[in-house]
Design a binder for this molecule. Sequence first.
Ligand code: ATP
Ligand code: MG
Length: 297
Amino acid sequence: MPALIETELGGLTLHARGKVRDLYAVGEYLLLVATDRISAFDHVLASGIPGKGKVLTQLSIFWFDLLRDIVPNHLVTANVDEFPAELREYADELRDRSMLVKRAQMFPVECVVRGYLSGSAWKEYTATGAVCGIRLGPGLSESDKLPEPIFTPATKSLHGSHDENIPFSQMVSLVGKDSSERLRELSLAIYRKASDYAEQRGLILADTKFEFGTTAEGIILADEVLTPDSSRYWPSEGYAPGGAQPSFDKQYVRDYLESIRWNKQAPAPALPEDVVRRTQEKYLEAYRLLTGKQLVV
Ligand code: ATP
Ligand code: MG
């Protein structure tokens, strides 16, 4: 099956195209379609990974269900047979990769939780000894497990730019004290449950990002959750702090892009067939490890 790069659902109102998802307005709801687009170094690449959007959608559904005792979520249905009539003609294209969701007023903050010191947090720690204003003890190495998980919010980037880590106090001025405290509490609770679960399945959840919104019913968990795109998973086996850990899903992509010395400017290159195939296998493996089930794409 070829990669689905972009959807064109004629007759529907396109609400937005993100790096990975196409969003349509469907009555009072939103239709979130996860395409097979893949981004690296903040650019969407010219090649897609066949079935990737299905993995992201099915994993999000899996986690929404597992987390429902902690927080309600935006999912209305992911069953195309239950979609409104206007979507019927697109059922085959949408199957397994789409969610009909409650439209939420999104908080303009990415709720990041980190249990390990990696990525932008590692950079910030080496420069300042702190991450998002949270002071960490001296002598930590890259990829070390933190004494306890920390909440490190970030502002949502506009297209093409980097998310920016912000101190909690700045989040408070953006969304208010009560919401900030509630979102921090929810994020940490979700991280704890998810990382415990992942550990039993042989994976370390190094860090992850949540997006929350509000509806008339209050705060809900929205967007995608605990997918390889929103989270850093490492195999427990072979975990070796003191350096960067190989990325579970995108390592072949990153290695390839480094090998061709791409300048990280648009246009982003395409990927060779074997990089596509091995990356697809990693996404499917993530699904298999986390859910114990096989996904056929
Ligand atoms: P990236 O994730 O690569 O940074 P992106 O977040 O801009 O890109 P996508 O993930 O492709 O884009 O698209 C999802 C978009 O839909 C995000 O902007 C997200 O905030 C928004 N979104 C998710 N769930 C809801 C919801 N229930 N109501 C309104 N907007 C939502
Ligand atoms: Mg996103």
